[in-house]
Write a protein that binds this ligand. Structure first.
Ligand SMILES: O=c1ccn([C@@H]2O[C@H](COP(=O)(O)OP(=O)(O)O[C@H]3O[C@H](CO)[C@@H](O)[C@H](O)[C@H]3O)[C@@H](O)[C@H]2O)c(=O)[nH]1
Ligand SMILES: [Mn+2]
Length: 358
């Protein structure tokens, strides 16, 4: 039901196919379908679509914690039964997968008139610009037809890759000592990254928690934002902070749900062994209550970002800024389709309704 921002809606969670489940024609258990409606009350911002998405992310983390999330607008549908498989080929790729925040598909529409009078195809954007971006850090997130890596929604950074030998001058690799050995920068960077420290970092699942980059100034006062320095120290700040983060920091970022917080550090998703239904249902209701996000980082640093008419662009940029890459996936048969606005009035109404949360 639409919400005007004035009334009240209560939490609804309906699990279709129930606790017994149901089988498909070949006897396999069908996935459950869960309908979720969050709580809204006067005096509490619901943040429209971005707020709805954040509530869904938390609720699903508590109920199943699947590591990947497909986001589709309510006026879009799946048009290619291989769509999810296409995305998973990237997200589960042994080399590339762990660094990907999302796989974005182009938006395609039904009902476009012969001459595409209302420019629904958006050829320049979807078939030129987005392909170009795919060659850099990846396409922007366009709000629908996108499969996310759940970890990227939580403000974590992508895991670091093994380092290749570094060039210390224009022509020689770092093992060349003729002109560069004794460089304090390099030796500092190397001596800091000792094996036990590296081991501790790995033990943390390679996740960088909430680190603010410190800019280092060199003698001349220039900002020496050299990658080597940053990379040499990578993982240290957060290791020092992580014991403190465990309680207050996590709550400040994610809100006061220990079940949700636990789910965020399970890198491969899933629920802890022995999780009880009654606990998760209670917690699922808690995380979609209207005051849950107060004094947290939801919508500011994590999840779908608030405060813009196009929450999608900001959300994708946040991930790219943290170093994640994205992928543009364009199978021959469109993966998803939406219904095209067929006159300017419909387009304007849809636009203003969507932005005001109707
Ligand atoms: O209060 C709201 C308003 C919208 N929606 C959802 O947001 C979607 C997008 O809204 P729509 O009115 O369809 O806007 P469009 O302009 O068609 O959407 C494009 O532009 C939006 C803003 O950039 C993106 O969020 C969309 O994914 C993208 O398809 C809808 O389908 C709903 O699923 C909500 O959940 N709550
Ligand atoms: Mn739409």
């Amino acid at each position: 039901m639409a919400h005007t921002g004035l009334g009240t809606t209560l939490v609804t969670i309906q699990v279709y196919l129930g606790s017994q489940g149901a089988l498909d024609v070949v006897g396999k258990l069908l996935p459950k379908l869960v309908y979720v409606s969050r709580e809204k009350r006067p005096g509490y911002q619901h943040h429209k679509k971005a707020g709805a998405m954040n509530a869904l992310v938390r609720c699903s983390a508590v109920l199943t914690n699947a590591p990947f999330i497909l986001n589709l607008d309510c006026d879009h549908y799946i048009n290619n039964s291989n769509a999810i498989r296409e995305a998973m080929c990237f997200l589960m790729d042994p080399q590339l997968g762990k660094k990907l925040c999302y796989v974005q598909f182009p938006q395609r529409f039904d009902g476009i008139d012969l001459n595409d009078r209302y420019a629904n195809r958006n050829i320049v954007f979807f078939d030129i610009n987005m392909k170009g971006l795919d060659g850099i850090q990846g396409p922007v997130y366009v709000g629908t037809g996108c499969v996310f890596n759940r970890q990227a929604l939580y403000g974590y950074k992508p895991p670091m890759s093994e380092k290749l030998p570094k060039l210390t001058c224009d022509c020689w690799p770092s093992w060349c000592c003729c002109c560069c050995c004794g460089s304090s920068r390099m030796s500092k960077s190397k001596s800091k990254k000792t094996a036990p420290e590296e081991g501790r970092r790995r033990a943390m699942g390679g996740l960088s928690l909430f680190r603010k980059k410190k800019k280092k100034k060199n003698k001349k006062g220039y900002v020496a934002g050299l990658e080597e320095i940053e990379e040499g120290l990578e993982g240290y700040d957060e290791l020092e902070k992580s014991p403190l983060m465990s309680q207050k920091g996590f709550e400040k970022r994610f809100g006061r749900s220990p079940v949700f917080i636990t789910s965020t550090i399970m890198e491969d998703g899933g629920l802890p062994e022995g999780t009880k239904h009654i606990v998760v249902i209670k917690e699922a209701i808690h995380v979609i209550s209207c005051s849950y996000e107060e004094k947290t980082e939801w919508g500011k640093e994590i999840g779908w970002i608030y405060g813009s008419v196009t929450e999608d662009i900001l959300t994708g940029f946040k991930m790219h800024c943290r170093g994640w890459k994205s992928v543009y996936c364009t199978p021959r048969r469109p993966a998803f389709k939406g219904s095209a606005p067929i006159n300017p009035r419909i387009d304007c109404t849809r636009f203003s309704d969507g932005r005001s949360g109707l």
